[in-house]
Design a protein around this ligand. Structure first.
Ligand code: BT5
Length: 254
């Protein structure tokens, strides 16, 4: 078992100070149901953009489609950021994809891991999921970007063998303060890029792959992932899909 020494708490004061200059207002909480739920409530109550709630533990961490996100206390980073994007709402579909870019870049730069993206926004290392992103629209002006990143999580604490953590993959650092700072800085940077879609496509290992796409309605399509179009949709054999779960039919390195 990991003890408190192996899984130290986040350093709220230092994090808040370091990230304030980038416009992030970081709050570390011990336990909440879901950081997405907390930030969405605060957004609807008028909280300005830049709030980041980080939980040492979530009791009801959520994935997409009411799936759950599991992470033992202090083993990972589970946090949500409040954005009030200047982008037209039609382009908000890009926000979760760009959150994935921020995490993949962080793992490459800081942890020396060959992190890539599986459309839409899973971050993979060695073909396994190290991070998931859940974005929710809180109201007409607010988007909540929720990120779950496994950091020191052991194989037996992960929900299945297609999941991994920074530590399990041999990452050069498992310091959660360092990783959180880097992810938020990368998020600021990628949101400000002229062509963030190009950055996304450059990291997306799904493009060019034979895939099975499980659609929300229960139907599946199999084919080659041609590209991700300008609206962030995955194009499989010439047809664009806005949502779904991808299975890579050929193992990918990243
Ligand atoms: C996601 O959903 O991957 C989005 C996860 C977002 C979690 C963050 S944590 C902070 C914020 N607050 C929240 O309540 N949520 C966000 P999806 O693509 O639907 O994947 C969910 C599936 O991933 C589950 O059904 C499991 O199979 C798997 N899973 C659950 N926990 C995992 C973990 N720690 N690592 C890897 N896979 C996991």
């Amino acid at each position: 078992m990991y003890g408190d020494l192996d899984r130290p708490p986040l350093r709220q004061t230092a994090l808040a100070r370091a990230l304030a200059a980038d416009g992030w207002h970081v709050e570390v909480v011990e336990e909440v149901s879901s950081t997405n739920a907390v930030v969405a409530d605060r957004a609807r109550a008028g909280e300005p953009a830049g709030l980041v709630v980080v939980a040492e533990q979530q009791t009801a961490g959520r994935g997409r489609l009411d799936r759950s996100w599991v992470s033992p206390p202090r083993a990972g980073l589970t946090f949500s950021a409040l954005l009030r994007p200047t982008l037209a709402p039609a382009r908000w579909g890009w926000l979760p994809l760009l959150a994935g870019v921020a995490v993949a870049r962080t793992l490459r730069d800081r942890a020396d891991l060959d992190a890539v993206l599986k459309w839409p926004n899973d971050v993979l290392v060695d073909g396994r999921k190290v991070c998931g992103v859940l974005t929710e629209v809180a109201d007409a002006t607010a988007v909540v970007v929720g990120i779950g990143l496994n950091v020191t999580t052991r194989a037996d604490e992960l929900p299945h063998d297609q999941a991994t953590s920074v530590g399990a993959a041999g990452g050069a650092t498992t310091d959660r303060d360092t990783l959180l700072r880097a992810v938020l800085r990368q998020l600021t940077a990628v949101l400000a890029e002229d062509d963030p879609a190009a950055s996304y496509r450059g990291l997306c290992s799904t493009i060019g792959q034979p895939v099975r796409l499980d659609l929300p309605a229960g139907r599946s399509v199999t084919g080659t992932a041609d590209t991700v179009d300008d609206d962030g949709r995955l194009v499989v054999d010439g047809v664009a899909y806005a949502a779904g779960d991808v299975v890579h039919l050929r193992p990918t390195g990243g």
